[in-house]
Design a protein around this ligand. Structure first.
Ligand SMILES: NC(=O)c1ccc[n+]([C@@H]2O[C@H](COP(=O)([O-])OP(=O)(O)OC[C@H]3O[C@@H](n4cnc5c(N)ncnc54)[C@H](O)[C@@H]3O)[C@@H](O)[C@H]2O)c1
Ligand SMILES: [Zn+2]
Ligand SMILES: [Zn+2]
Length: 345
């Protein structure tokens, strides 16, 4: 089969590799029909994720059809269409039993990280019974593809952690794929205003189409000033950080109202200053977490019912043979007005 193989910082190729085989009795082999690229794959390629061995097949977001099942698999059979979430769950360790699949001692984020991933024609998926989801009939791969990572990330780490209530004011800082999904899913809770903040005017335009009421181009306008004006000087009830740099986390602390919540979604690689001398008396809550993908079934129901449509997050579509071009477009997102790229069999 062919796959995207990581060959050390800056190096990858779409190349011939051996087909995957069942290694544990709880494994399945999936023929990948649709997959996508994530910002995390770019981090691996930059060399930011040193634990990923050279020779690893990249990718952790895909939809496919089961080709082969291990003898211990109970809930799936050959021919089932399945969603492969970024997070693998053994279902039995302490973390899994608390619903914290991201911290599963045998799973968590392993696909395309510490074991071969899904940017390939076929993939081995461990712990299939407790990790995979059947795709309901009538839904296309593209309808459910983003349930593998960015939708549950925006929902669990942003919307649910931020405890958005009807009437709340919400700021989403950073409207890349995750921030855009946060804008879309915040609307389920009827906030009075959603403010989207980004540097890129085209991403802000997309945020507006997905439900942002107000957009602020950081760098051109002062987000704090705009939010103060909008909220009568109070600040927002919920600030969702979806960038992952010190400046945007600190911006969230300037945007939040007394009694508000800051839901950090961004992955931070640098120390961030927490201005407790400004914040200690403001009754705010700050949450951090990894996505567990425990809400996939709930989001799947909303998509099947037509209440959520993630397809506008896809900006480009490629064939697997064009994988290197797909990487080029996704990694130069601003130049190509790219959000998520869909890569099909
Ligand atoms: N917690 C988790 O489990 C989890 C899971 C997946 C992704 N993430 C993280 O979520 C974050 C968002 O992911 P993404 O794929 O949307 O990332 P992205 O890089 O595609 O998007 C980030 C957006 O932030 C904007 N931005 C950059 N600097 C800014 C600034 N100073 N002010 C305002 N906007 C700014 C960019 O223009 C871009 O639109 C990343 O840090 C990612 O690693 C976290
Ligand atoms: Zn991802
Ligand atoms: Zn586990």
């Amino acid at each position: 089969m062919k796959a995207v193989v990581y060959h050390g910082p800056g190096k990858k190729s779409w190349e011939q590799v051996p087909d995957p085989t069942i290694e544990q009795e709880t494994d399945v082999i999936v023929r990948v029909t649709t997959t996508t690229i994530c910002g995390t794959d770019l981090h691996i390629l930059k060399g930011d994720v040193p634990e990923t061995p050279e020779g690893t097949i990249l990718g952790h977001e895909a939809v496919g059809v089961i080709e082969e099942v291990g003898p211990g698999v109970r809930n799936f059979r050959k021919g089932d269409r399945v969603l492969i979430p970024a997070i693998t769950a053994c279902g039995q360790c302490d973390a899994c039993r608390q619903g914290m699949y991201s911290h599963c001692v045998r799973g968590g984020w392993i696909l395309g990280h510490t074991i071969h991933g899904v940017q390939a024609q076929y993939a081995r998926i461990p712990f299939a019974d407790t990790s995979l989801h059947k795709v309901p009939e009538g839904l296309k791969d593209e309808d459910v593809l983003f349930l593998t990572d960015i939708l549950p990330t925006a929902y669990e780490c942003g919307v649910l952690s931020g405890q958005i209530q009807p009437g709340d004011t919400v700021a989403v800082v950073g409207v890349g794929p995750v921030g855009l999904a946060a804008v879309m899913l915040s609307r389920l809770y009827s906030p009075s205003v959603i403010v989207a903040i980004d540097l890129d005017p085209r991403r802000l335009e997309r945020a507006r189409r997905l439900g942002a009421d107000v957009t602020v181009q950081a760098g051109q306008e002062d987000p704090v000033e705009v939010v103060q004006k909008l909220t009568g000087g109070r600040g927002v009830d919920v600030a969702i950080e979806a960038v992952g740099i010190p400046a945007t986390f600190e911006l969230c602390t300037d945007l939040v109202a007394p009694g508000g919540r800051i839901a950090n979604v961004g992955v931070h690689g640098k120390p961030v200053t927490l201005r407790l001398e400004k914040l200690w008396a403001r009754n705010i809550r700050i949450t951090t977490r990894l996505v567990d993908t425990t809400t996939v079934d709930r989001l799947l129901k909303l998509i099947a019912a037509g209440k959520v449509d993630p397809t506008p997050l896809a900006s480009h579509t490629f064939k697997m043979d064009e994988f290197m071009q797909a990487y080029e477009v996704f990694s130069q997102a601003a130049a190509h007005d790219a959000v998520k790229v869909v890569v099909k069999q």
